[in-house]
Design a protein around this ligand. Structure first.
Ligand code: 5AD
Length: 422
């Protein structure tokens, strides 16, 4: 069978797509054009309203192709799980498969009837979900312990299910042996890792770091409340040069009342404590945060408080999303702010955070830094410094996969410019 597959969304979804692709390749062929396929798979995301609209449009297009040439359309991932009716409205004959059951993709593909597999759990192997290369992304857990009032992902990905330390170690060791230099550990909340199986992220990291090799680890998003529980241990582990001095701690709002309405289970002060502990040890360390602008009932003062916290804590990068009401979530039932206010607040936050990003990047100009080269595009190499900052190096030779010394000559909002030094 010829199978076409396309994928949207986060690293967890990419991992699910890898898993499906690897399983399909054991028996079938993967093609790059839906018009030439006997079956079409779309692995979906539905985190925000705009994503939902984009994906639904694409499902309709793929359904249209399927109608013309025959065969099966399989809708996988978070939208299949959280909004099956919406998907079936766009593609009435589609088969559905939830993120928990992607390992059943061959059965769904090969079945003569339409399959709806969106409840319960299938057996997912971590090995099959990891794609080799210089950068390797490894999911360490699925789901989360939270219950954020705006979030539809909880509905799609469910409660926390951590992979065992042994399984993760096995996968990291294999990746390193096969030449991986950057290991990205991801989860909906990496700080929650292990809390369902009697361990924690700090213990996992200590175990992984026993694996010898010249790799560097990027620790993915950590919810502040869970990060705070292990922060001192984490800061000790960060001393290892194989951990990027990087933290992704989503604040979402700089106002305690809004955080309560979001059901975030931490205070603005908790977030500040984490930032302080990290930056006092690593002043140049990279902090990414996420903000939702225009959450229901957010007052002008609450919004200003968010801006003040950003100005005070100076995150190196802010992912701002305009609040969008998601079906089956509590926040969707609260009184909503007009679109114009949500957009205006989003724009203001983007402006403040861009200025801070540039300011923080400028601090590096003139310095000489080690950077790991992860991509070479023609004359330009893209490398990551020890604090995860991206540096673009011009006019270089064969340096892919190497750690090089770079003189930082310029700074932009999103990256640095550098040149190789001997
Ligand atoms: N509206 C806007 N942004 C959202 N996010 C999650 N749900 C919503 C929503 N309903 C954002 C959060 C999260 C990121 C992945 O997406 O900021 O950290």
């Amino acid at each position: 069978m010829k199978v076409y597959i396309e994928s949207y969304g986060c690293a967890a979804n990419d991992a699910d797509t890898n898993l499906m692709r690897n399983m399909i390749l054991s028996r079938h062929e993967i093609v790059g054009d839906p018009w030439r396929a006997d079956a079409i798979i779309i692995n979906t995301c539905t985190v925000r309203g705009e994503t939902e609209r984009k994906i639904i449009k694409r499902i309709r297009e793929l359904e249209d192709i399927r109608r013309k040439i025959g065969g099966k359309l399989i809708v996988a991932g978070c939208m299949a799980k959280a909004q099956p009716a919406l998907v079936l409205n766009a593609a009435p004959e589609a088969s559905l498969i939830s993120p928990q059951r992607v390992s059943e993709i061959l059965e769904v593909l090969e079945s003569n009837v339409r399959e709806i597999r969106i409840t319960g759990y299938g057996a997912k192997s971590l090995e099959g979900a990891v794609k080799g290369g210089l950068t390797v992304t490894i999911p360490i857990a699925e789901g989360c312990l939270g219950n954020c009032s705006y979030c539809i992902v909880k509905l799609a990905r469910g409660g926390l299910k951590s992979y065992s330390i042994e399984e993760i170690k096995r996968v990291v060791r294999k990746a390193v042996e096969e030449g991986a230099r950057e290991i990205r550990l991801t989860a909906q909340d990496t700080a929650a890792y292990g809390m369902d199986i009697g361990t924690n992220l700090a213990k996992l990291l200590r175990e992984i770091l026993e694996i010898p090799g010249g790799y560097i680890i990027r620790i993915g998003m950590m919810t502040p409340n869970n990060a705070l529980k292990i922060i001192d241990d984490l800061m000790e582990i960060y001393e290892d040069e194989r951990i990027y001095k990087f933290m992704h701690i989503p604040l979402q709002s700089g106002d305690d009342e809004i955080l309560k309405l979001m059901n975030r289970r931490y205070s603005v002060n908790d977030y500040k404590t984490i930032v302080r502990k990290f930056r006092s040890k690593y002043p140049m360390g990279f902090i990414t945060t996420d903000i939702i602008s225009g959450f229901p009932m957010e007052s002008e003062e609450a919004h200003k408080r968010t801006i003040r916290v950003i100005e005070e804590t100076k995150p190196d990068k802010v992912n701002v999303a305009k609040y969008s009401p998601r079906p089956h979530t509590k926040a969707a039932a609260l009184p909503q702010l007009p679109e114009s206010i949500r957009s205006e607040r989003c724009r203001e936050i983007v402006e403040v955070s861009r200025r801070i990003s540039l300011e923080r990047n400028m601090m590096h100009v003139g310095r000489i830094e080690d950077a790991l080269v992860l991509k070479v595009d023609g004359e330009t190499a893209k490398a990551r410094m020890k604090n995860y900052r991206l540096v673009k190096i011009n006019g270089c030779g064969e340096i892919l996969g190497r750690t090089v010394k770079v003189k930082i000559t310029g700074a932009k909002t999103t990256h640095l410019i550098g040149e190789l030094t001997p």
